[in-house]
Structures are given as C-alpha cells and as structure tokens.
Design a protein around this ligand. Sequence first.
Ligand code: SAM
Ligand code: SF4
Length: 338
Amino acid sequence: MSAVPSTLKTNKLIDKFGRQVTYVRISVTDRCDFRCVYCMSEEMEFLPREQVLTLEEITRLSQAFVEMGVTKIRITGGEPLVRKGVVGLLENIAKLDGLEELVITTNGSQLVKLAEPLKKAGVKRINISLDSLDTDKFKKVTRVGDLDVVLQGIQAAKKAGFEKIKLNAVILKNRNHDEVKDLVEYAMNEGLDISFIEEMPLGVIDSHSREEAYYSSDEIKQDIETQFELLPSTKNTGGPARYYNVNGYDNLVGFISPHSHNFCDTCNRVRVTASGLLLLCLGQEHSMDLMRVLRANPTDLDKVKQALIESMDIKPKGHDFDITEQPVIFRHMSVTGG
Ligand code: SAM
Ligand code: SF4
C-alpha cells in the first residue's frame, strides 16, 4: 500500500482564511433545453463531448471531495436532467459514505418523467427554477420553455415526496418584477419554499442590459411585504441567501443578493464546471483544471485529493460584482454551474 501524503491525513479542505469547504456544486453538462435570457445568448456553442467530464470521472471526483469532508453536493448545469445517464450518476454519488445531502437544481422540464427515479436514486432535495406564472412571460424569459410542462413537473416532484422542494426565481425589472407576490402565493399554497435571485453579471448576453434590468432584493422584499408578513429566520446555508418565515405558512422566502450583501466571509463552497474546471469563487477567475488531474491519474484518488488541497491556497477572499461593467465574468452561469 502506498503511503498517504501527510497533508491528506487532515482530511479537510481548509483555505488560507480558515474557511472549510463542505459544499460542492457540480455542473454535469453545459447544455440546456431552455435559453433563459439572463443565462444564455440565443445562439450558444456547447462543449464537444470529449471536453466534458465522463460520468465515471464525476463519480470519482465526488468521492474525493466526500473523503475530504464535503457533506453536500449539488448537481446542476446547464440542465442536469438532459445529461444521459444522470440518474445512474446520482445513484452512485448518493451511496458515498459521509455524504449527507445530495441535491439538484433543474428547470423542471424533465420532472414529469424523472421526479420519481431521482427520488429513488437518493436525491433528497430539489430546486426548481420558475420565473413566471404567466405563459407568455415564461416563454419570453426562457425563450423556448413551456410553463405547463414545468408546472406539471412541480406536481410530479411533490408526488415523488422529496424532503424539500424550493423554487428559484430570477427577477428582472420590466419582465417579471410584477409577479413576485403571485410567485410567493403560488409557493405558499403549494407548500414550497421560494428564493428570489438578483441577476448576476456572468457571461455575455444579447437580450437586455443587466444594469437596466436590475431589481434589488430590497425592492422584491418590499413588494412581498405589501401582502405577506416576513419574519427573519435563523436558517443559514453559508451562502448569499437570507431567509424569512412567512407568517401563517410553513414555508420560507429567501433572497439571494450577490450585489447588495456580502457573504464571502462564511463561504463554504466551490464549483466544478462541466469541463472539470474547479472554480474557487463564483465571481472570480481563480481555478484549477481537475479534468487534467483526473485523466492523468485514473486509478489514484490520492492525487486528486492532493490537488483539491492545493487548490485551497488560491481560494480568493471574496468578490465584488459590478453590474455597470458588462460582463464582469466571461463564463455563463450554465458553464459555472449555478
Ligand atoms: N438549468 C437549471 C435551472 O435553471 O435551474 C440549473 C442550472 S441554472 C444555471 C441554476 C440557477 O442559476 C437557476 O436558478 C437560474 O435561474 C440561475 N441563473 C442563471 N443565470 C443567472 C444569472 N446571470 N444571474 C442569476 N442567476 C442566474
Ligand atoms: Fe438553462 Fe437553467 Fe440557464 Fe435557464 S438558467 S438557460 S434553464 S441552464
């Protein structure tokens, strides 16, 4: 048996600022069946297959992370449910000893078919994006999405019995900002949590000016409070979200505000792109090529773990988005793995 390098004995990913990484978001594809205006351009070029991590590589990488103290993995994309074999992948990741939470983020388009297999595979919680309850506006925001299919997908997810279902809505001024109360009402009546997300300047988009479309979490909260009473909740995920209980209901409303509220001090997460690039911060370019490490060491997981430890040295202290500069980060969210 080969000796374990001494740094591996700590079994933890701790950066220069003392923050421990316990949460990883992995993008399993950069492809998607929608073209949301804040996420993609109408015409997109996607990665050739050989530049995307294989399912086996994603499983090995997940194992390395979990053996280094990661307790939560989110599978995302692009649209994760359009990747062939994703259910089997989730099944394998769910079996990893030490993993407490396996969750996914989806646009909901495949849930009628896949909600139950996902639940059976071991996915505990699911986030579903829903930006509008109006058929035409939904089509305008997603360019190609069908609201009815997504609403049916939400019902299928409820029926499958996930521990928690959370809706995510990106709010853009003059596109869907007038719908925030309706979205809260829908979520509360369906027994779902809902988070509102400020648009982030990730990648070049061709549909609108991010500066003009900016609608702050404070504005969204004020709108909601004309109809619902929001009471601060103690829930904290270590990320940019603040949560509120809605008086009279069992579910939470969250606000994800990368612009207006600094959350970097408690950052506990990293991201892996579909091409295996480890991103140490959503709003910065610091990265490490894990595809190269995985492919150079197909049978040696310690080498992968060593690379993860080394990456902790380049995790930046924080970021500062500026929506007046377009774009700040050249990667789209579909590449970053939102
Ligand atoms: N396709 C899946 C979905 O839409 O849920 C998963 C991937 S998507 C990139 C993950 C989340 O990122 C979605 O909730 C989406 O609304 C959000 N998102 C995408 N681009 C964004 C941007 N520029 N700013 C803020 N949120 C964004
Ligand atoms: Fe696809 Fe999700 Fe991006 Fe919309 S937000 S284009 S559904 S990856």
